[in-house]
Design a binder for this molecule. Structure first.
Ligand code: TEU
Ligand code: CA
Length: 565
């Protein structure tokens, strides 16, 4: 076991819940908080230590909760504050913390602050937002585009000015340069932290320090100053975890956010490995350009950058991303093997794993044939942009089918029953038709299923200090279809190998390090205690322990205790 000085969030595994699509308890077709409570035993069985709960605050749901209208209220469709407190208590009874999503770069245009701001230039709330006068011809101050399409400048006739909206026209950016606004945010954060939550995932925290006149949005000049102030006012001294989402952070800037002496955050969610597979011009709606050597280089750079300070988050999936088996491997004949391989190579690196709901049973992308099947504000907004620029529907649909955020938001498939056990009525979003074959009940009934494999990985993390504390060395960096690395802690070495190929792969015998390698886990049959094969079946994965360490440390026994038969 790791020593007592290791923070809980380094040995724990996280699990992201997108509440709208997780589990519906009252038959309205929308996931809710009591639905989450009803599934906590599933999470406890998986062995996770905390939940990242996507927003449950009051919201008009134009961006499914990432547009908050009241930071102190629970959206009625998700439940009540009492339901939320019950979730925190029931989760704690299972040693699971609830980490909330903090969305404070912007709020909803339905928020009282914005309503007041649009009534008068003189009220204090007016300066909670970024306003600029129109150009002489009445047009927006500049040509900045919004993430979800259209101009980033939203005209408010009653005020005769434009308001800055980085994402959607009903998501006005909060003016973090206003100390009164920051005080409102800190008071709200402390109110939730005092309710016993386990921390915050911070939505696009990279944007809070923006200088809009200089058009410097990402990692702006005041971002670190604000995060450090937030740390002093809200985070310091609390036994919590904080993870900042940043689409611009790099290995070169990561320690500025999460270095141990920075007084800022514990981790960042970076997207270098995600955007490397995106078309530079078309972004997520272009073709999938995934390339394993590029992917490995990025992962290795992040492991190296945070080897001695800071801490990595490890993930392939979240509510904004396609399902990993479909995006990186095979969601057909080798789906189960692919799900296991991707999890092993991703979650045994140095850092904290984040499992996204449904990933633990190998859920796949849906098949959207028509545009009207998409519901995400970004998909629909970017479709309008692409069409206005003369793009083709077919091309956009192909890109959206590969990479739209909607894939992650189809309801979790609990059973093969009507509505997949997600609800007793038609869900808000169509189920993936494969729920009859791919569902929690069926997968958990299989001792060799995806869930059983994830469960073993989570336990391995807790049982073997080398997983949490060991160094990381990427092997075969240039190999086109094999990801292989070794973790080392004193005499203990763990070797992890995965093949991304749909065809058998033969490794040169000298490719792998010397060692008395004893097989701990494999996704192909039960090849117990076999040395590392040089001929790898499609989407093969294996985890080995160097048993020459056995004589000196109880690693093997610890591993076996974590890997129930
Ligand atoms: O996402 C940040 C974000 O910028 C992504 O939406 C990204 O820009 C886009 O998908 C690129 O194609 C966060 C949340 O995770 C997302 O769900 C919200 O919609 C967004 O912020 C606004 O709060
Ligand atoms: Ca419901």
């Amino acid at each position: 076991m790791t020593d007592s000085n290791t923070p809980w969030w380094k040995t724990a595994t996280g699990y992201q819940i997108y509440p709208r699509s997780f589990c519906d308890s009252n038959g309205d077709g929308i996931g809710d908080i009591p639905g989450i409570v009803s599934r906590l035993d599933h999470l406890a069985d998986l062995g996770i230590g905390f939940v990242w709960l996507s927003p449950v605050y009051a919201s008009p749901m134009r961006d499914n909760g990432y547009d908050i209208a009241d930071y102190y209220a629970i959206a009625p469709e998700f439940g009540t504050l009492d339901d939320f407190d019950a979730l925190v208590a029931e989760a704690a009874a299972r040693q699971i913390r609830i980490v909330m999503d903090l969305v404070v770069n912007h709020c909803s245009s339905d928020h009282t602050w914005f309503r007041k701001a649009c009534e008068s230039r003189d009220c204090p709330e007016h300066e909670y937002f970024y306003w600029r006068d129109p150009r002489p011809d009445g047009s927006p101050p500049d040509d900045q585009r919004a993430c979800f399409g259209g101009s980033a400048w939203h005209w408010v006739p009653a005020i005769g000015r434009y308001c800055y909206c980085h994402f959607g026209p009903q998501q006005p950016d909060l003016n973090w340069h206003n100390p009164a606004l920051r005080t409102e945010i800190y008071n709200m954060m402390n109110w939730w932290l005092d309710r016993g939550i386990g921390g915050f995932r911070m939505d696009v925290i990279e944007l809070v320090g923006k200088d809009i006149d200089a058009r410097h949005y990402y990692e702006g000049p005041d971002m670190h100053r604000f995060i450090q102030e937030m740390h002093r006012e809200c985070l310091a001294g609390r036994d919590i975890v904080t993870i900042g989402e940043s689409w611009s952070v790099t290995p070169g800037t990561a320690l500025d956010y999460c270095g141990r002496d920075r007084g800022e955050l514990n981790m960042v969610f970076s997207f270098n490995h995600i955007q490397a597979a995106w078309d530079p011009a078309k972004g997520r709606f272009g073709p999938n350009l995934f390339d394993l050597p590029t992917h490995k280089k990025i992962l290795a750079d992040w492991q190296s950058a945070l080897a001695e300070d800071g801490w990595n988050s490890l993930y392939l999936s979240n509510h904004d991303l396609p399902r990993p088996v479909s995006h990186y491997a095979d969601d057909g004949v080798h789906r189960v093997r692919s799900a296991k391989m991707l999890a092993a190579v991703t979650y045994l690196m140095k850092g904290t794993p984040f499992i996204f709901q449904g990933e633990e049973i190998g859920m796949t992308n849906a098949r959207f044939e028509r545009l009207d099947q998409f519901q995400d504000i970004e998909t629909l907004g970017q479709f309008r942009e692409v069409m206005a620029a003369g793009g083709s529907v077919e091309e956009f649909l192909a890109g959206a089918n590969a990479n739209a955020r909607d894939h992650a938001r189809t309801p979790v498939q609990w059973t093969a029953d009507t509505w997949a056990g997600f609800s007793t009525s038609e869900p808000w979003m169509a189920l993936n038709p494969n729920y009859r074959e791919i569902n929690v009940a069926a997968d958990r009934a299989d001792p060799d299923g995806v869930f059983a494999w994830y469960r073993k990985l989570v336990r391995l993390r807790r049982a073997l200090p080398v997983v949490v504390e060991g160094t990381f060395e990427m092997l075969l960096p240039e190999h086109p279809s094999v990801l292989c690395y070794v973790r080392t802690l004193g005499p203990t070495r763990l070797l992890v190998l995965g093949s991304y190929s749909a065809d058998p792969v033969t490794l040169p015998p000298a490719a792998l390090p010397e060692g008395n390698w004893d097989l701990l886990l494999t996704n192909v049959g039960d090849i117990a205690h076999v040395a590392i094969p040089t001929s790898l079946p499609p989407f093969f994965a294996g985890v080995w322990l160097d048993v020459s360490a056995r004589k000196t440390t109880p690693t093997r026994q610890a591993a076996e205790s974590a890997l129930p038969s």
